[in-house]
Design a protein around this ligand. Sequence first.
Ligand code: ITT
Length: 205
Amino acid sequence: MKETKRKEKLVFATGNAGKLREIRKILADLDMEILSAKEMGIEIPVEENGATFEENAILKAKAIAEACTETVTVLADDSGLEIDYLHKEPGIYSARYMGEDTPYSIKNANLVERLNGVPDEERTARFVCVIAAVFPDGETKTAHGVIEGRIGYEEKGTNGFGYDPIFYLPALGRTSAELSDDEKNEISHRGKALRQIKKELEKRI
Ligand code: ITT
């Protein structure tokens, strides 16, 4: 009887549905079975008490890797929005800004309000993403991605998630919430970081 090799499992340590949707598309052609931590039956709270995106991404990936009873590769994403005028706020606190459960319509309106009267050239901001990978042999790797933009004057667009409706891309004349998933993945912080890690994964399959 012909033996079919089982695909290796890739577990993504995130509870953020917007991230997961983008990640699944970016890694769609990878010959691995992609599962969320929840789909692996793992629902443990991870305290993100690192001082950097990198530290938090590693914390999340390692915590889930330790909780997995099978041989898997674990990836985690720590990301956020840095607004220059606000001294890089909300930064690593992007998810927790104004409270984790506060709707993004309120968070976005608040950030726009804090930039009231600030001219275009001083509204510079960037999304930053660090992806951490923990491989089955315990080795850990990280990859960084950044996308530069500006904070808009109001929410625009309904795609994406989080701060996308106020993240304006001057070269495109649109916010990242006005891009399709594929258009966003092509240029985003997450797309850039994840494609680097994807190369590492491909080497090991
Ligand atoms: P996990 O830790 O479970 O992955 P989280 O949402 O708590 O989910 P982070 O701590 O990394 O993840 O926070 C990232 C926040 O940064 C996210 O909740 C958004 O507010 C913001 N963010 C990151 N990438 C974004 C993107 O592509 N578009 C819009 N907002 C983004």
